[in-house]
Design a protein. Structure first.
Length: 368
Protein backbone atom coordinates (compact mmCIF):
# COMPACT_ATOMS: atom_id res chain seq x y z
CA UNK A 1 0.00 0.00 0.00
CA UNK A 2 1.17 3.54 -0.70
CA UNK A 3 2.42 5.34 2.39
CA UNK A 4 0.38 8.50 1.71
CA UNK A 5 -3.09 6.97 1.90
CA UNK A 6 -6.02 9.08 0.71
CA UNK A 7 -9.14 7.94 2.53
CA UNK A 8 -12.63 8.41 1.15
CA UNK A 9 -13.80 5.91 3.78
CA UNK A 10 -14.50 7.86 6.96
CA UNK A 11 -17.44 10.23 7.39
CA UNK A 12 -15.56 12.83 9.42
CA UNK A 13 -14.30 16.35 8.72
CA UNK A 14 -10.65 17.06 8.10
CA UNK A 15 -8.96 19.00 10.86
CA UNK A 16 -8.70 22.18 8.80
CA UNK A 17 -12.49 22.70 8.97
CA UNK A 18 -12.85 22.01 12.70
CA UNK A 19 -13.07 25.17 14.83
CA UNK A 20 -10.38 24.13 17.31
CA UNK A 21 -9.96 27.66 18.68
CA UNK A 22 -13.70 28.05 19.17
CA UNK A 23 -13.87 24.73 21.00
CA UNK A 24 -10.96 25.70 23.23
CA UNK A 25 -12.72 28.95 24.12
CA UNK A 26 -16.00 27.11 24.73
CA UNK A 27 -14.24 24.68 27.06
CA UNK A 28 -12.76 27.55 29.05
CA UNK A 29 -16.20 29.14 29.41
CA UNK A 30 -17.78 25.82 30.40
CA UNK A 31 -15.40 25.34 33.31
CA UNK A 32 -15.61 29.04 34.24
CA UNK A 33 -19.36 29.58 33.97
CA UNK A 34 -20.60 26.26 35.40
CA UNK A 35 -17.79 24.29 37.04
CA UNK A 36 -20.27 22.36 39.20
CA UNK A 37 -22.51 21.22 36.39
CA UNK A 38 -19.63 20.58 34.02
CA UNK A 39 -17.73 18.30 36.39
CA UNK A 40 -20.69 16.49 37.99
CA UNK A 41 -22.20 13.13 37.10
CA UNK A 42 -25.45 14.79 36.06
CA UNK A 43 -28.40 12.59 35.10
CA UNK A 44 -29.33 10.49 32.09
CA UNK A 45 -31.31 13.31 30.45
CA UNK A 46 -28.06 15.12 29.69
CA UNK A 47 -26.64 18.54 30.52
CA UNK A 48 -29.75 20.54 31.36
CA UNK A 49 -28.83 23.87 29.68
CA UNK A 50 -27.97 22.05 26.44
CA UNK A 51 -31.18 20.02 26.65
CA UNK A 52 -33.10 23.28 27.01
CA UNK A 53 -31.28 24.85 24.06
CA UNK A 54 -32.07 21.84 21.83
CA UNK A 55 -35.74 21.94 22.89
CA UNK A 56 -35.90 25.61 21.93
CA UNK A 57 -34.35 24.91 18.52
CA UNK A 58 -37.03 22.32 17.76
CA UNK A 59 -39.93 24.13 19.42
CA UNK A 60 -40.68 21.29 21.85
CA UNK A 61 -40.88 20.85 25.60
CA UNK A 62 -37.69 19.86 27.43
CA UNK A 63 -39.33 16.59 28.49
CA UNK A 64 -39.23 15.55 24.84
CA UNK A 65 -35.42 15.73 24.61
CA UNK A 66 -32.70 13.31 25.70
CA UNK A 67 -29.03 14.20 25.16
CA UNK A 68 -26.68 11.25 24.67
CA UNK A 69 -23.08 10.23 24.00
CA UNK A 70 -23.34 10.61 20.24
CA UNK A 71 -26.29 9.84 18.00
CA UNK A 72 -25.33 6.16 17.70
CA UNK A 73 -26.04 5.86 21.42
CA UNK A 74 -29.38 7.58 20.84
CA UNK A 75 -30.16 5.12 18.03
CA UNK A 76 -29.21 2.15 20.19
CA UNK A 77 -31.39 3.31 23.07
CA UNK A 78 -34.37 3.82 20.78
CA UNK A 79 -33.97 0.44 19.09
CA UNK A 80 -33.56 -1.39 22.39
CA UNK A 81 -36.65 0.31 23.82
CA UNK A 82 -38.96 -0.08 20.84
CA UNK A 83 -37.78 -3.11 18.83
CA UNK A 84 -38.12 -6.74 19.94
CA UNK A 85 -36.86 -9.86 18.20
CA UNK A 86 -39.01 -10.60 15.18
CA UNK A 87 -40.40 -7.07 14.85
CA UNK A 88 -40.44 -5.68 11.33
CA UNK A 89 -38.31 -2.57 10.82
CA UNK A 90 -38.18 -0.72 7.51
CA UNK A 91 -34.87 0.77 6.39
CA UNK A 92 -33.73 2.39 3.18
CA UNK A 93 -31.91 0.37 0.54
CA UNK A 94 -29.01 1.14 0.98
CA UNK A 95 -28.74 2.39 4.56
CA UNK A 96 -26.14 3.16 7.20
CA UNK A 97 -24.20 -0.02 7.96
CA UNK A 98 -24.24 0.46 11.75
CA UNK A 99 -28.03 0.66 11.68
CA UNK A 100 -28.17 -2.73 9.95
CA UNK A 101 -25.75 -4.25 12.47
CA UNK A 102 -27.68 -2.85 15.43
CA UNK A 103 -31.08 -3.99 14.22
CA UNK A 104 -29.88 -7.44 13.22
CA UNK A 105 -28.23 -7.91 16.63
CA UNK A 106 -31.67 -7.33 18.19
CA UNK A 107 -33.23 -9.96 15.95
CA UNK A 108 -35.33 -7.47 14.01
CA UNK A 109 -37.00 -8.47 10.75
CA UNK A 110 -35.24 -5.88 8.59
CA UNK A 111 -37.16 -4.92 5.45
CA UNK A 112 -35.18 -2.84 2.96
CA UNK A 113 -37.21 -0.49 0.75
CA UNK A 114 -35.63 0.95 -2.38
CA UNK A 115 -34.00 4.36 -2.19
CA UNK A 116 -34.55 6.75 -5.08
CA UNK A 117 -32.79 10.03 -5.77
CA UNK A 118 -35.63 11.87 -3.99
CA UNK A 119 -35.70 9.49 -1.04
CA UNK A 120 -37.32 6.21 -0.07
CA UNK A 121 -39.76 4.69 -2.57
CA UNK A 122 -43.02 5.48 -0.79
CA UNK A 123 -45.07 3.48 -3.30
CA UNK A 124 -43.01 0.37 -2.57
CA UNK A 125 -43.43 1.04 1.15
CA UNK A 126 -47.18 1.46 0.75
CA UNK A 127 -47.39 -1.87 -1.09
CA UNK A 128 -45.49 -3.54 1.76
CA UNK A 129 -47.91 -2.07 4.28
CA UNK A 130 -50.94 -3.09 2.22
CA UNK A 131 -49.68 -6.68 2.20
CA UNK A 132 -49.80 -6.69 6.00
CA UNK A 133 -46.21 -5.93 6.99
CA UNK A 134 -46.55 -3.02 9.42
CA UNK A 135 -43.19 -2.15 11.00
CA UNK A 136 -42.52 -0.98 14.51
CA UNK A 137 -40.20 1.62 13.02
CA UNK A 138 -39.29 3.03 9.65
CA UNK A 139 -35.72 4.33 9.82
CA UNK A 140 -35.31 7.30 7.47
CA UNK A 141 -32.22 9.48 6.89
CA UNK A 142 -33.95 12.41 5.16
CA UNK A 143 -31.13 14.79 4.34
CA UNK A 144 -28.00 13.81 2.36
CA UNK A 145 -28.53 10.19 3.25
CA UNK A 146 -25.70 7.98 4.44
CA UNK A 147 -24.45 6.33 2.24
CA UNK A 148 -26.22 7.70 -0.86
CA UNK A 149 -26.18 11.45 -0.30
CA UNK A 150 -29.82 11.72 -1.48
CA UNK A 151 -32.47 13.96 0.10
CA UNK A 152 -36.09 13.05 0.80
CA UNK A 153 -38.46 15.33 -1.14
CA UNK A 154 -41.14 17.35 0.59
CA UNK A 155 -43.91 15.37 -1.15
CA UNK A 156 -42.46 12.13 0.18
CA UNK A 157 -42.13 13.57 3.69
CA UNK A 158 -45.85 14.36 3.65
CA UNK A 159 -46.69 10.90 2.27
CA UNK A 160 -44.57 9.16 4.89
CA UNK A 161 -46.32 11.04 7.69
CA UNK A 162 -49.69 10.07 6.25
CA UNK A 163 -48.71 6.40 5.99
CA UNK A 164 -47.37 6.35 9.55
CA UNK A 165 -50.59 7.88 10.86
CA UNK A 166 -52.75 5.48 8.84
CA UNK A 167 -50.90 2.28 9.70
CA UNK A 168 -49.70 3.18 13.20
CA UNK A 169 -45.93 2.90 12.95
CA UNK A 170 -43.19 5.23 14.15
CA UNK A 171 -40.86 7.10 11.79
CA UNK A 172 -37.34 7.39 13.11
CA UNK A 173 -36.06 10.58 11.46
CA UNK A 174 -32.29 10.23 11.71
CA UNK A 175 -31.02 13.66 10.71
CA UNK A 176 -27.39 14.51 11.53
CA UNK A 177 -26.64 16.21 8.20
CA UNK A 178 -29.50 18.70 7.78
CA UNK A 179 -27.47 21.82 8.54
CA UNK A 180 -24.65 20.81 6.20
CA UNK A 181 -26.54 21.95 3.08
CA UNK A 182 -24.42 23.87 0.59
CA UNK A 183 -26.84 24.05 -2.36
CA UNK A 184 -30.57 23.78 -3.00
CA UNK A 185 -33.45 24.70 -0.69
CA UNK A 186 -33.77 23.69 2.93
CA UNK A 187 -36.76 21.45 3.67
CA UNK A 188 -38.79 21.28 6.87
CA UNK A 189 -38.18 18.22 9.02
CA UNK A 190 -40.92 15.65 9.39
CA UNK A 191 -40.81 16.42 13.11
CA UNK A 192 -41.87 19.99 12.33
CA UNK A 193 -44.79 18.70 10.25
CA UNK A 194 -45.90 15.89 12.58
CA UNK A 195 -49.37 16.24 14.14
CA UNK A 196 -49.83 12.74 15.56
CA UNK A 197 -46.66 11.81 17.50
CA UNK A 198 -45.41 9.52 14.75
CA UNK A 199 -41.85 10.93 14.72
CA UNK A 200 -38.82 10.24 16.85
CA UNK A 201 -36.03 12.55 15.73
CA UNK A 202 -32.28 12.15 16.22
CA UNK A 203 -29.36 14.39 15.43
CA UNK A 204 -25.75 14.93 16.37
CA UNK A 205 -23.13 17.62 16.87
CA UNK A 206 -20.48 15.39 15.27
CA UNK A 207 -21.02 17.01 11.87
CA UNK A 208 -21.51 20.62 13.00
CA UNK A 209 -18.99 20.82 15.87
CA UNK A 210 -16.62 17.84 15.68
CA UNK A 211 -16.94 14.05 15.93
CA UNK A 212 -14.70 13.77 18.99
CA UNK A 213 -17.17 15.71 21.11
CA UNK A 214 -19.55 12.67 21.02
CA UNK A 215 -22.83 14.49 21.66
CA UNK A 216 -26.13 13.51 20.06
CA UNK A 217 -29.78 13.62 21.03
CA UNK A 218 -33.30 12.29 20.61
CA UNK A 219 -36.55 14.24 20.35
CA UNK A 220 -39.83 12.38 20.72
CA UNK A 221 -43.03 11.91 22.73
CA UNK A 222 -42.36 12.67 26.40
CA UNK A 223 -43.50 9.23 27.61
CA UNK A 224 -41.12 7.45 25.24
CA UNK A 225 -38.23 9.77 26.12
CA UNK A 226 -38.83 9.10 29.83
CA UNK A 227 -38.71 5.36 29.18
CA UNK A 228 -35.46 5.69 27.24
CA UNK A 229 -34.03 7.88 30.02
CA UNK A 230 -34.50 4.97 32.46
CA UNK A 231 -32.57 2.70 30.11
CA UNK A 232 -29.86 5.37 29.84
CA UNK A 233 -29.61 5.58 33.64
CA UNK A 234 -29.11 1.84 33.90
CA UNK A 235 -26.56 1.91 31.07
CA UNK A 236 -24.22 4.71 32.12
CA UNK A 237 -25.87 6.82 34.88
CA UNK A 238 -25.28 9.87 32.71
CA UNK A 239 -23.55 10.93 29.50
CA UNK A 240 -20.50 13.19 29.49
CA UNK A 241 -21.35 16.48 31.18
CA UNK A 242 -17.98 17.93 30.15
CA UNK A 243 -18.63 17.35 26.43
CA UNK A 244 -22.21 18.57 26.62
CA UNK A 245 -21.31 21.68 28.60
CA UNK A 246 -18.67 22.57 25.99
CA UNK A 247 -21.19 22.04 23.17
CA UNK A 248 -23.68 24.27 25.00
CA UNK A 249 -21.17 27.10 25.26
CA UNK A 250 -20.18 26.61 21.62
CA UNK A 251 -23.83 26.85 20.56
CA UNK A 252 -25.01 29.79 22.66
CA UNK A 253 -21.96 31.87 21.69
CA UNK A 254 -22.84 31.61 18.01
CA UNK A 255 -19.67 29.66 17.22
CA UNK A 256 -21.75 26.81 15.85
CA UNK A 257 -23.12 29.05 13.10
CA UNK A 258 -19.61 30.07 12.05
CA UNK A 259 -18.50 26.45 12.20
CA UNK A 260 -21.37 25.32 9.97
CA UNK A 261 -20.59 28.06 7.45
CA UNK A 262 -16.94 26.95 7.29
CA UNK A 263 -17.88 23.30 6.82
CA UNK A 264 -20.46 24.07 4.11
CA UNK A 265 -18.06 26.23 2.11
CA UNK A 266 -15.33 23.59 2.23
CA UNK A 267 -17.60 20.69 1.34
CA UNK A 268 -19.17 22.56 -1.59
CA UNK A 269 -15.70 22.95 -3.06
CA UNK A 270 -14.86 19.31 -2.40
CA UNK A 271 -18.00 18.01 -4.10
CA UNK A 272 -17.32 20.17 -7.15
CA UNK A 273 -13.74 18.91 -7.27
CA UNK A 274 -14.83 15.29 -6.82
CA UNK A 275 -17.45 15.63 -9.55
CA UNK A 276 -14.92 17.08 -12.02
CA UNK A 277 -12.31 14.46 -11.16
CA UNK A 278 -14.74 11.56 -11.63
CA UNK A 279 -15.90 12.94 -14.97
CA UNK A 280 -12.33 13.23 -16.18
CA UNK A 281 -10.72 10.09 -14.75
CA UNK A 282 -13.56 7.64 -14.12
CA UNK A 283 -16.31 8.36 -16.67
CA UNK A 284 -17.84 4.89 -16.14
CA UNK A 285 -18.98 6.07 -12.69
CA UNK A 286 -22.65 6.98 -12.26
CA UNK A 287 -23.60 9.24 -9.35
CA UNK A 288 -25.63 12.26 -8.28
CA UNK A 289 -23.60 15.10 -6.71
CA UNK A 290 -25.21 15.75 -3.30
CA UNK A 291 -26.51 19.12 -2.17
CA UNK A 292 -25.03 18.67 1.28
CA UNK A 293 -23.65 16.20 3.78
CA UNK A 294 -20.56 14.05 3.60
CA UNK A 295 -21.19 11.24 1.10
CA UNK A 296 -21.52 10.33 -2.56
CA UNK A 297 -22.86 6.99 -3.81
CA UNK A 298 -21.15 5.67 -6.94
CA UNK A 299 -22.38 2.93 -9.25
CA UNK A 300 -19.97 1.26 -11.66
CA UNK A 301 -21.01 -0.91 -14.61
CA UNK A 302 -22.79 -4.17 -13.79
CA UNK A 303 -20.30 -6.94 -13.25
CA UNK A 304 -17.69 -4.74 -11.60
CA UNK A 305 -16.27 -6.57 -8.58
CA UNK A 306 -16.16 -3.96 -5.81
CA UNK A 307 -14.25 -6.38 -3.57
CA UNK A 308 -11.47 -6.67 -6.12
CA UNK A 309 -11.59 -2.90 -6.64
CA UNK A 310 -11.26 -2.36 -2.89
CA UNK A 311 -8.10 -4.46 -2.81
CA UNK A 312 -6.62 -2.82 -5.90
CA UNK A 313 -7.40 0.64 -4.54
CA UNK A 314 -5.83 -0.18 -1.17
CA UNK A 315 -2.64 -1.25 -2.95
CA UNK A 316 -2.55 2.20 -4.55
CA UNK A 317 -3.15 4.05 -1.29
CA UNK A 318 -6.81 5.00 -1.64
CA UNK A 319 -9.68 3.82 0.53
CA UNK A 320 -13.47 3.77 0.22
CA UNK A 321 -16.36 1.74 1.64
CA UNK A 322 -17.88 -1.06 -0.42
CA UNK A 323 -21.55 -0.60 -1.25
CA UNK A 324 -22.22 -4.15 -0.10
CA UNK A 325 -21.63 -2.99 3.50
CA UNK A 326 -24.84 -0.95 3.32
CA UNK A 327 -27.08 -3.69 1.91
CA UNK A 328 -28.37 -7.09 2.93
CA UNK A 329 -27.75 -8.34 -0.59
CA UNK A 330 -26.54 -7.03 -3.94
CA UNK A 331 -24.57 -3.84 -4.56
CA UNK A 332 -21.48 -5.61 -5.86
CA UNK A 333 -20.78 -2.77 -8.29
CA UNK A 334 -21.28 0.13 -5.86
CA UNK A 335 -19.22 2.14 -3.39
CA UNK A 336 -19.47 5.12 -1.05
CA UNK A 337 -17.05 8.02 -1.26
CA UNK A 338 -16.81 10.28 1.79
CA UNK A 339 -15.33 13.61 0.71
CA UNK A 340 -15.54 15.34 4.10
CA UNK A 341 -12.12 14.25 5.29
CA UNK A 342 -10.20 14.81 2.05
CA UNK A 343 -8.96 18.29 1.26
CA UNK A 344 -9.70 19.58 -2.22
CA UNK A 345 -6.04 19.44 -3.28
CA UNK A 346 -5.96 15.67 -2.59
CA UNK A 347 -9.28 14.67 -4.13
CA UNK A 348 -8.10 14.55 -7.75
CA UNK A 349 -5.08 12.44 -6.85
CA UNK A 350 -7.37 10.07 -4.95
CA UNK A 351 -9.71 9.71 -7.92
CA UNK A 352 -6.76 9.12 -10.26
CA UNK A 353 -5.62 6.25 -8.05
CA UNK A 354 -9.16 4.89 -7.90
CA UNK A 355 -9.38 5.03 -11.69
CA UNK A 356 -6.07 3.17 -12.00
CA UNK A 357 -7.40 0.51 -9.64
CA UNK A 358 -10.60 0.24 -11.66
CA UNK A 359 -8.63 -0.15 -14.88
CA UNK A 360 -6.58 -2.95 -13.32
CA UNK A 361 -9.76 -4.78 -12.30
CA UNK A 362 -11.86 -4.46 -15.47
CA UNK A 363 -9.10 -4.57 -18.06
CA UNK A 364 -7.60 -2.36 -20.70
CA UNK A 365 -10.96 -1.01 -21.85
CA UNK A 366 -11.52 0.92 -18.61
CA UNK A 367 -10.40 4.51 -18.12
CA UNK A 368 -6.93 5.02 -16.71
Amino acid sequence: MASDTISFARGAPSLDIVDVDGLRDAATRAFTNDPGGTTAYGTSIGYVPLRRWIAEQHGVDETQVLVTNGSMQADAFLFETVVSAGDAVVVEKPTYDRTLLNLRSLGADVRMVSLEQDGIDVDELEQLLARGTVPKLAHIIPNFQNPAGYTLSQDKRVKLLALAAEYGFTIFEDDPYRHIRFSGDDLPTMLEQDTSDTIVYASSFSKTVCPGIRVGYLVGPAALIAKIAKLATNTYISPSMVSQSIVHEFCVSGAIDRSIATVKDALATRVATLDAALQEHLPDARYTPPEGGYFMWVELPEGTDVGALFTAASERGVQFVKGTDFLLEGGGNTLRLAYSGVTADRIEEGVKRLAEAYASVVGAGAPA
